[in-house]
Design a protein around this ligand. Structure first.
Ligand code: HEC
Length: 88
């Protein structure tokens, strides 16, 4: 039982650098914890619901927003991960 808990912990910490590697570019505009208004005009992403983050990122993939290229480079799995970590 104890071993299982440690295995889960190790897995959890290994996942953080993976997430960090593809959100580094996002943080440049949105802030480390997505707490900033990107370019002074986005919504504050950390105040959005998980569902809203997923919907916005999928919408951006086909939009003419500045977000298009960033959203297009994300997989569904990465979008869900961002929503789970930073959304409400
Ligand atoms: C060049 C700066 C910039 C970068 C880099 C950037 N964003 Fe954005 N983001 C914006 C702006 C500006 C908006 C507002 C969109 C609009 O008005 O078209 C936005 C909107 C959003 C929204 C929805 C909030 C809203 O205002 O509707 C989410 C979620 C989001 N970005 C996530 C991300 C993620 C995840 C990444 C990295 C893969 C990222 N952004 C990279 C500038 C940026």
């Amino acid at each position: 039982m104890r071993f299982v808990n440690i295995a889960i912990l190790v897995f959890f910490f290994l996942n953080i650098p993976l997430l960090a590697s593809y959100i580094a570019v996002c943080q440049g505009c949105h802030g480390k914890n997505f707490q900033r208004k990107a370019l002074g005009r986005s919504k504050i992403v950390k105040n959005l619901k998980k569902k809203e983050i997923v919907a916005r990122l999928n919408y951006f993939k086909t939009s003419s927003s500045i977000m298009k290229s960033y959203a297009s480079s994300l997989s569904d799995k990465q979008i869900n991960q961002i929503a789970n970590v930073f959304g409400k």
